[in-house]
Ligand binder design. Structure first.
Ligand SMILES: Nc1ncnc2c1ncn2[C@@H]1O[C@H](COP(=O)(O)OP(=O)(O)OP(=O)(O)O)[C@@H](O)[C@H]1O
Length: 356
C-alpha cells in the first residue's frame, strides 16, 4: 500500500488511520492523479479489486479496480441503476459479491458481516433512512455502538462489566447528538423527526464506532433546502476530523461543492474519475451520466411546448424515431436507443424545479 508523503497530522484514535489534509494539500494531491477509471491514489485507504455482483442476468456491479484516497471526500455519481448502492452494500457486508476482494489499509474486509466491517472502521448510511421510529433519538444513536459487553451472555452475569460501558456509550451518543444539534430531541421518538433530521440521526449513529471511513448513500435525498447547507457542513466536518468520506449524490451542485474527487459509475463499472471542476469536460461523463440523468432540466412554454435545449432534444428524438421506422425498425423494443450526440440541457436538481 502506498503511504502518504503529503502528510498532515494523522491519528489512529478509532479505527484505521485518519489524516487531516488542508484544502491546498487535497488539491495538490489530486492534481497529480490521472483522470482515468481505477486511477491509483497517493495514499489510498479503501482498495477494491475485481468486485462483481449479478442479479439474474444483470451485472449490477463490475468494478475492476478502485482506490479511495484517505482523508478526502469522494463523490460517487452515476445514472439510476448504475450500481452505486449495490457497491456500497458489497463493501460494507450487506451483500455478498460473486467475485472480488477489497481492503482497508491492506486489511481484507471481504466475507464479513456489517458489524464486523464497522468494527474495522468502515460504516455506511442508507438511501432510505433506517431510524427505528418507535425508539427514542438517543437509543437510535446508542444502537450504533457495536460489540457492547452486555450483548454477550457471559457478560450479562457480570453487570459491573457492562454498566460502565453503558454509561460511556450514552455519553458518546449525547456528544454526537450535540454535534448534530439534535441533543434537545434526545428523548423524542425518532418517528417524530423530519427527513433531514433523520439523515443527521443516521450520521450520528454511524459515528458511534469512531470510524475511519464513512459511506453516505444519498445523504441529501428528501432533505429540505434549509437543512441541506447544514448537512453539507456536517459532511465537510467529517473530512476535517480526518475521516475518509465516500458519498452518493445526484445533485451536481452538491458534488461540485464538497467533493475533492469524483468517481463515475455506469452499468456497474467505474467509467470515469475526475476532479469536480473537470467533470463537465469529460465526454464519458456527459454521455453516460448527464445526458441520461433523470434530473435533467426540461423546459416548456406556457402551452406545454418544449423550448430551448428541450426542443432540440425532442426534435432529435422525433427524427431518430422517424429514421428507425423508415428503416423498418420497431420502437417498442428496448433496443431502440436515442442518438448519443444530443446535447443535454444542463443538469438541474428536481427540488429546484418544483421550488420545494
Ligand atoms: N436485490 C436486487 N435484486 C435484483 N436486482 C437488483 C437488486 N438490487 C439492485 N438491483 C439492480 O441492480 C442494478 C443496480 O442497482 P443500484 O441500486 O445499485 O443502482 P444505483 O446506482 O444505486 O441506482 P439509484 O441511483 O437509482 O439508487 C439496478 O438495475 C437494480 O435494479
Amino acid at each position: 500500500m502506498p503511504s502518504s508523503s503529503t502528510a498532515g497530522p494523522s491519528s489512529k484514535t478509532g479505527h484505521g488511520i485518519k489524516r487531516v489534509l488542508s484544502a491546498e494539500e487535497r488539491s495538490t494531491l489530486f492534481a497529480a492523479v490521472p483522470q482515468t477509471p481505477g486511477a491509483p491514489k497517493p495514499d489510498a485507504t479503501l482498495v477494491v479489486d475485481g468486485v462483481s455482483r449479478t442479479f439474474g442476468g444483470l451485472k449490477a456491479v463490475d468494478v475492476a479496480h478502485l482506490e479511495i484516497q484517505r482523508g478526502c471526500i469522494t463523490g460517487l455519481i452515476g445514472p439510476n441503476g448504475a450500481g452505486k448502492t449495490t457497491l456500497f452494500n458489497l463493501l460494507t457486508g450487506f451483500d455478498r459479491p460473486d467475485t472480488g476482494t477489497w481492503s482497508m489499509d491492506g486489511q481484507s474486509l471481504g466475507k464479513m458481516h456489517p458489524h464486523q466491517v464497522a468494527r474495522k472502521g468502515v460504516v455506511r448510511t442508507f438511501q432510505l433512512t433506517k431510524a427505528l421510529s418507535k425508539l427514542t433519538v438517543l437509543d437510535n444513536v446508542r444502537l450504533g455502538a457495536t460489540g457492547q459487553r452486555g450483548e454477550r451472555i457471559f457478560n450479562t452475569l457480570m453487570p459491573w462489566t457492562w454498566k460502565k460501558q453503558e454509561k460511556e456509550i450514552t455519553e458518546r451518543a449525547y456528544q454526537l447528538l450535540e454535534r448534530f444539534k439534535l441533543d434537545t430531541k434526545a428523548d423524542d421518538l425518532a418517528g417524530s423527526m423530519s427527513g433531514g433530521q433523520r439523515k443527521l440521526l443516521e450520521m450520528a449513529r454511524a459515528l458511534m464506532t469512531d470510524p475511519a471511513v464513512v459511506m453516505l448513500d444519498e445523504p441529501m435525498a428528501g432533505v429540505n433546502p434549509a437543512l441541506t447547507q447544514s448537512l453539507l457542513g456536517h459532511i465537510k466536518s467529517l473530512r476535517d476530523d480526518g475521516m475518509t468520506v465516500v458519498f452518493v449524490e445526484h445533485d451536481m451542485d452538491v458534488i461540485r461543492d464538497i467533493s475533492d474527487w469524483v468517481v463515475v459509475m455506469a452499468q456497474g463499472s467505474v467509467i470515469a474519475e475526475s476532479t469536480p471542476e473537470d467533470l463537465s469536460n469529460n465526454g464519458a461523463v456527459v454521455d453516460a451520466y448527464l445526458g441520461s440523468h433523470h434530473d435533467q432540466a426540461l423546459e416548456f412554454d406556457e402551452n406545454g411546448n418544449p423550448v430551448g435545449a428541450t426542443a432540440e432534444l425532442a426534435e432529435a428524438l422525433e427524427q431518430a424515431e422517424a429514421e428507425e421506422l423508415e428503416a423498418g425498425g420497431d420502437l417498442s423494443g428496448p433496443e431502440f436507443v436515442a442518438p448519443a450526440d444530443i446535447t443535454p440541457a444542463p443538469a438541474k436538481h428536481a427540488k429546484e424545479e418544483d421550488g420545494s
